[in-house]
Ligand binder design. Sequence first.
Ligand SMILES: Nc1ncnc2c1ncn2[C@@H]1O[C@H](COP(=O)(O)OP(=O)(O)OP(=O)(O)O)[C@@H](O)[C@H]1O
Ligand SMILES: [Mg+2]
Length: 138
Amino acid sequence: MIFHSNDVSETERIGAELAKDLKPGSFAALYGDLGAGKTAFVRGAVSVLCKDAPVCSPTYSIVNRYDGEIPVYHFDLYRINDDDDLYSTGYYDIIEENAIFFCEWCEKCPQAIPDGAIKIFISREGDGRRIEIADTFT
Ligand SMILES: Nc1ncnc2c1ncn2[C@@H]1O[C@H](COP(=O)(O)OP(=O)(O)OP(=O)(O)O)[C@@H](O)[C@H]1O
Ligand SMILES: [Mg+2]
């Protein structure tokens, strides 16, 4: 499915729409350049899943956890260089939890993205963004 977003609030709204379809174990893999709008998309989704949780970019922390009815983990793999790095963050244990997962910069660690992940590709399109959601189950 392809969406066109003219500003950050539209990207948040598209994220919020997707969130309604997510269940425990869902893994949303985000792809796109610096400043594409990945964190904005996740902010919108988390606003539905974990009311009032403040979403910030986990670029330095690698992972943020937000508490909702179902816990949500938000990863950013930008600073991960290899699988050993990723392993040491606890990523592989965390993704076995009964939670919902968002992961930015999945192009950094393609081998680490679970089969069945929902893939979200965000790119610039004029002043706006093109957002493609590829659900492997549909
Ligand atoms: N249509 C749009 N959707 C999302 N963000 C937009 C849009 N138009 C402009 N922006 C701006 O682009 C930036 C997106 O920032 P955001 O942190 O979400 O990107 P990111 O993809 O997570 O970047 P990073 O790779 O650094 O994590 C914000 O400054 C936002 O205001
Ligand atoms: Mg980001």
